[in-house]
Ligand binder design. Structure first.
Ligand code: GLU
Ligand code: ZN
Length: 308
């Protein structure tokens, strides 16, 4: 079977043991399958991305023994690809402008009639405040250009109807089959999920909601970019942490809407610190660079993350 995977770090801080595990595991699986391993630079967040961090992460990965073809894909170079995908979703009437601030969302989600505010993969589930506002415009969206400089959200209920092939694009999601898409999981989700994982309209609408696909500054959001990139790079297997397991259902939905293939997913367990907390970029104590200056070998790093 074809095997092509990628490691896609953000150059916003030092790589730590958790990154080393993810990259080494992806590379090991690639070697076992005789496949290809790519490095992709997720620098969509231009306010936090730094060339120094990119240089450092490449140096660390090279030191760990990883090799990848250069030049590698850098997301900030690919805005035309994301714009094309956003234009297409806009033309389908599936994304809408949202002018809510973080505060607005928190207040609306906590309003008494909303019950207990629910959280999805991106934090608080968007209460839908702006969804109806431009409905009349959206019905004619094919004649209108996509607005710039404003947050754009996916209308998840409409998206479910669309992905389900509904004639009437406003068909209620609860009239849809329980599961309308799935993906193959060769690793495991946070609750041990493995095998064929079903994605249900109910979870997408009520447990995920209207996720952001473009940010106010005009840049694509992670969910959109990752789906466009994986397809552009012909990725057959996605290897990443199980913290992204819940986001995968969003990616499957976007692949459906944009007619893109769905890779096989391998979510792996997270490397935690001694207190059981998952490592973050700010945990500089676990930075690969720190281990290197302390004289560790790449083999020792492999052992530390449980790969030997
Ligand atoms: N840049 C993303 C991250 O570091 C990539 C996630 C992915 O592999 O899809 O979390
Ligand atoms: Zn809004």
């Amino acid at each position: 079977m074809k095997f092509k995977t990628r490691f896609a770090p953000s150059p916003t801080g030092p790589l730590h043991l958790g990154h080393a595990y993810s990259a080494l595991l992806a590379n090991d699986l690639t070697a076992a399958e005789g496949g290809r391993f790519l490095l992709r630079i997720d620098d969509l967040d231009q306010t936090r991305s730094r060339p120094e961090w990119e240089a450092q992460l490449k140096d660390d990965l090279g030191w760990l023994g990883l090799r990848w073809p250069e030049p590698c894909r850098r997301e900030s170079d690919c805005t035309a690809d994301y714009d094309a995908a956003l234009d297409r979703l806009w033309g389908m009437g599936l994304i809408y402008p949202c002018t809510c601030t973080r505060h607005d969302i928190r207040d609306a989600a906590n309003a008494p009639q909303e019950g207990i505010a629910a959280h999805g993969p991106d934090g608080l589930i968007y209460p839908g405040t702006c969804r109806g506002k431009t409905l009349s415009e959206r019905d004619f969206s094919k004649c209108h250009l996509r607005p710039r400089g404003v947050t754009l959200r996916l209308d998840m209920a409409r998206a479910c109807s669309y992905a389900n092939g509904a004639e009437n694009k406003t068909e209620a999601p609860n009239r849809m089959p329980k599961s309308f898409a799935n993906f193959h999981e060769t690793g495991h989700g946070p609750n041990g999920e493995t095998g064929l994982i079903e994605v249900s309209a109910d979870t997408l609408v009520h447990g995920v909601g209207d996720v952001v696909l473009a940010r106010q500054g005009g840049e694509a959001a992670y969910h959109l970019a990752v789906v466009v990139d994986d397809a552009a790079q012909d990725i057959s297997h996605v290897v990443r942490g199980q913290d992204l397991f819940d986001a995968t259902q969003i990616h499957i939905m976007l692949q459906r809407l944009l007619d893109l293939p769905t890779p096989i997913y391998h979510h792996h367990g997270l490397i935690r610190d001694d207190m059981g907390k998952r490592l973050a970029k700010r945990d500089d104590a676990r930075a690969i660079a720190k281990y290197r200056t302390d004289g560790a070998t790449p083999q020792e790093i492999r052992r530390l993350v449980g790969l030997d």
